[in-house]
Design a protein around this ligand. Sequence first.
Ligand code: NCD
Ligand code: ZN
Length: 336
Amino acid sequence: MHIELDSPLDMHLHLRDGEMLATVAPLTSHSFSGAIIMPNLVPPVTTREEVLAYKERIRTAIGEDRFEPYMTLFFKPTYTREFLESVADEITAIKLYPAGITTNSEGGVSGFDIEELRETLGAMSDLGIPLCIHGETGGFVMDREAQFVPIYEKLATAFPDLKIIMEHITTKESVDALGRFENLYATITLHHLIITLDDVAGGMLRPHLFCKPIAKRPEDREALLRVALKAHPKVMFGSDSAPHPKESKECPGCAAGVFTAPIALQVLAELFEKHGAPVENLQKFVSGNAVNIYSVTPPAKKVVLVKKECTVPERYGSVVPMYAGEKIAYSIDKVE
Ligand code: NCD
Ligand code: ZN
């Protein structure tokens, strides 16, 4: 049994910087053709120079792999039309974080006053720059994403030509919102298709499954699976693979983020098979839909997966992956 995937894309990826970048970037660039690179470095990526320099560091980290880093800026409501025009050719999207909602998001947006956002979002809309949003309010942790849906709706209505991507959706409310607005799209992670809050905190606490947004209820996971397995044209795979060193996860004050980059395609193949979803749908979920939504042309790459059990390493450098030490059903056979 083998599965061939053309030009897989990861439309939400954290590569970090320095030593961590050197460790994790090749794990994605080996099996993916491209990825949307998150800008939440310390300090965040906010200038043209920083985008170009970070892209160069990523290129150094991936070596010879055929891989396109689709760069993003960290959204600031102070970005002018002139600035956006000067940077538009170097970026694929801009990522908006509500202030303080997740790792390294302190400089994000507080309040969503349309008039305060009009110049920046209006210019992005005119220039065709998609807006990726981490959609959570500061409310009760299980309700934060559902509470953000009215903000998505307000933005989608005020800027009908702006492509808005609801990042790493975890709830049925977000899935429902997809159908109500033409300009709303979504990424879905691997881990949110598999785990619920029970896996994180229902028994012994499992820090390596702790992430933002927190995994939700079984019915939310069902709603995500429904759209992912049928490759709903408005959803794309975005791993949100978010590496943190082991000591930042296994401690009081555990950092949020699940590290899935090295096992993402293999486990997606297993998941689609388990649910009886055709390989064509997996192909659309991990590539075709993103190509259509973002109008990108990823480098040609064929990834061949085989049904051959393998044990996931305990660590990649200082990072513990999802399924560390456990067996998964598929392996990467070759990449052409
Ligand atoms: C991400 C990180 O570590 O950068 N963490 C996470 O839990 N997903 C940030 C984010 O995407 O929220
Ligand atoms: Zn993320």
